[in-house]
Design a protein around this ligand. Structure first.
Ligand code: NDP
Ligand code: GDR
Length: 362
């Protein structure tokens, strides 16, 4: 039985990857940081009692900023594969917490690679690094491929550039099977609520059911290549189980603006959006009623923006045989429908007189 260690197991990708590896018969270990509130919502369905015979799912307390803890967990687990998904992953937040982002995202990656080296696991343990299309930033070409030069545009992206190169360096210097998956944006019903896709689908569902008035957004012109997270965790496994360590772009090859995402999401609930005005005065109105549903709030603008990311994943398609299975339209529909169910739950709670605590989503 293969043993995998996933850092960031409580996040979107960590949860889907854990499910995927358990289905493949792996023993799965996850690194979870201590939190004052429960942070395992995405993986609670995978939990096994410690007494369960043939148990294959384990969690370990840990943090990417704590070397000794990482060394101890890796020593205990002796993993065949490490998927390094833990990160302060929000681009806008990285401008507020640049030093922490560098510590967790850049040095955190180094700490794991060093642990593999110190524990003499270089011949046993394969290492996957969660690299990102944000490496390309203000890219010199569209679409972006493995050979496109990096031009990071945020503290997050700069930290991930370090993580990318230290992964390549440990592969070349110490012969570790270490690979980068350069993944473009990927989304799902369990995407964090402050990323733009989930913020939109959640708001559309709540507006449709009368729980919310408006959606405030930043730059509507940004173009992203949005895929489905389950397709992307499969790519991570394919990258680590290839015969050679290598770096791969994973993307759908299709770009859409934030504005288009908004239109498509409202369409799922039969609302046609019309746009009026320009720049910060732009508004999205319900074409039938004239009600303003979308407004711009400059607080969501970034000091430096990434205008257009569209990936060319020809290399992964040819060498790994990876293909995405979910289209942009399907993705938007999957997310809106799931958020409609969440909004319905909220309505039921309210109708029964339970004061519903609105969660802080900014
Ligand atoms: P999430 O933000 O959903 O999850 C991040 C995970 O990292 C969470 O489990 C979080 O724990 C954990 N984490 C954060 N800081 C630390 C720390 N200091 N120590 C230990 N754990 C920590 O991200 P995604 O699942 O979307 O992304 C997974 C990885 O892939 C990230 O590295 C991200 O940067 C990268 N990536 C994501 C893309 C995407 O479109 N989703 C695209 C390309 C790359 P907690 O739950 O406690 O907060
Ligand atoms: P991104 O994702 O920065 O691409 O990073 P995000 O969804 O945060 O932003 C995408 C684009 O939408 C614009 N935008 C807004 N973004 C947010 N979050 N909130 C808003 O209100 C809003 N309005 C407009 C942004 O300016 C941006 O252009 C994600 C993360 O998962 C990273 O960890 C990962 O590496 C990259 O994707 C690939």
């Amino acid at each position: 039985m293969k043993r995998a260690l996933i850092t960031g197991i409580t996040g979107q990708d960590g949860a889907y990857l854990a499910e995927f590896l358990l289905e493949k018969g792996y023993e799965v270990h996850g690194l979870k940081r201590r939190s004052s509130l429960i942070n395992t919502q995405r993986i609670n369905h995978l939990y096994e009692e410690p007494q369960t015979p043939g148990r294959r799912f384990y969690l370990h307390y840990g943090d990417m900023t704590d070397s000794t803890n990482l060394i101890r967990v890796i020593q205990e687990v002796q993993p065949d594969e490490i998927y390094n998904l833990a990160a302060q992953s929000h681009v806008k937040v990285s401008f507020e917490s640049p030093e922490y982002t560098a510590n967790a995202d850049a040095l955190g990656t180094l700490r794991i690679l060093e642990a593999i080296r110190i524990l003499k696991l270089a011949d046993k343990t394969r290492f996957y690094q969660a690299s990102t299309s944000e490496l390309f930033g203000k890219a010199a070409e569209v679409p972006q491929r493995e050979t496109t030069p990096f031009y990071p545009r945020s503290p997050y992206a700069a930290a991930k550039v370090y993580a990318y190169w230290i992964t390549v360096n440990y592969r070349e210097a110490y012969g570790i099977f270490a690979s980068n998956g350069i993944l473009f944006n990927h989304e799902s019903p369990i995407r964090g609520e402050t990323f733009v896709t989930r913020k939109i689908t959640r708001a559309v569902a709540r507006i449709k059911l009368g729980l919310q008035e408006k959606l405030y957004l930043g730059n509507l012109d940004a173009i992203r290549d949005w895929g489905y997270a389950k397709d992307y965790v499969r790519a991570m496994w394919m990258i680590l189980n290839h015969s050679e360590p290598d770096d791969f772009v994973i993307a759908t090859g299709e770009g859409h603006s934030v504005r288009e995402f908004v239109e498509k999401a409202f369409k799922v609930v039969d609302i046609e959006i019309e746009w009026l005005g320009r720049g910060v005065d732009e508004k999205g109105i319900d074409a039938k009623t004239g009600r303003v549903l979308v407004e711009i709030d400059p607080r969501y603008f970034r000091p430096t923006e990434v205008d257009i990311l569209i990936g060319d994943s020809t290399k992964a398609r040819k060498i790994l045989g990876w293909e995405p299975t979910v289209t942009f339209e399907q993705l938007v529909k999957i997310m809106v429908e799931s958020d409609l169910l969440e909004a319905e739950k909220e309505l039921i709670l309210r109708s029964k007189g339970f004061a519903f605590q609105h969660s802080y989503v900014d």
